[in-house]
Design a protein around this ligand. Structure first.
Ligand code: FPP
Length: 234
């Protein structure tokens, strides 16, 4: 697996990083461009960061691409986002397969249009055997709904323990979440991976998502490696 020289000096490299990709709209507004352009450039940033995650040797990266609240946006914006999702999967699937990237979806993606569901299921199938990093994309995702469903599924099977809930989360099987990054100067989790965030470090930047670069991503990971994590101990 590739590794970052910054982590060779005994610093703890993160295994699983989650990103709240925020600020596409403001990026476009600042340039007097339509919001759709912001999302389009946001996908380009996503592509670069996904590549960087593989190069940096992460085991998993989770991306908040479409929340269950995003349906409330105007119809044409939702449709733009769906179009970009289709385009991203179509254009990058071969690269995922080639690099052994395993795709995972967090959220109820079956509520999407049938052609997107087919596209996603095809991508899940084609990448399932990959031996590289996992790319978990949150689609129609909300953490509170995830937790309620996981608790109900656990209760249907037996005692509702922490482990039983964890096994029913969309993220089951992923390494523990080490670091959450949010761009665009907002300091909230916005219903993203609330359970998984329990011991994660948080890293915020004012950079708007379309301007977020692999260099800044690397800097965030290096800062993480320098932080001491106590997990409630001393
Ligand atoms: C936040 O910008 C971004 C989103 C709505 C989700 C992220 C979407 C992308 C990066 C593009 C689609 C991704 C894939 C993988 C197809 P915002 O519109 O909330 O920005 P604002 O807060 O500045 O208005």
């Amino acid at each position: 697996m590739a590794s970052n020289p910054a982590f060779d000096e005994g610093l703890a490299a993160p295994r699983h990083v989650a990103i709240i990709m925020d600020g596409n709209g403001r990026w476009a507004k600042k340039r007097r461009l339509p919001r759709a352009m912001g999302h389009k450039r946001g996908v380009e940033a996503t592509r670069q960061i996904v590549r960087a995650a593989g190069d940096l040797g992460l085991e998993a990266m989770s991306l908040y691409a479409f929340s269950s609240e995003n349906w409330k946006r105007p119809e044409d914006e939702v449709s733009d986002l769906m179009g970009l999702l289709r385009g991203y999967i179509r254009s990058d699937l071969d690269e995922f397969v080639e690099k052994g990237v395993k795709l995972k979806i967090l959220g109820n993606y079956k509520a999407f249009a049938p052609d997107i569901v087919d596209l996603l299921e095809d991508a899940l199938e084609k990448t399932a055997g990959g031996n590289g990093p996992t790319l978990a994309v949150a689609l129609n995702y909300g953490a509170q709904a995830e937790l309620a469903q996981a608790a109900a599924a656990a209760a249907a099977k037996g005692p509702v323990t922490q482990e039983a809930i964890e096994a029913e989360l969309y993220s089951a099987g992923l390494p523990p979440l080490d670091l959450i990054i949010r761009t665009s100067g907002e300091h909230r989790l916005s219903n993203f991976m609330l359970w998984q965030a329990a011991y994660a470090e948080l890293w915020f930047t004012d950079t708007l998502w379309p301007d977020f670069t692999p260099e800044e991503f690397t800097a965030a990971l290096e800062e993480f490696a320098g932080r001491e994590r106590r997990f409630g101990g001393r």
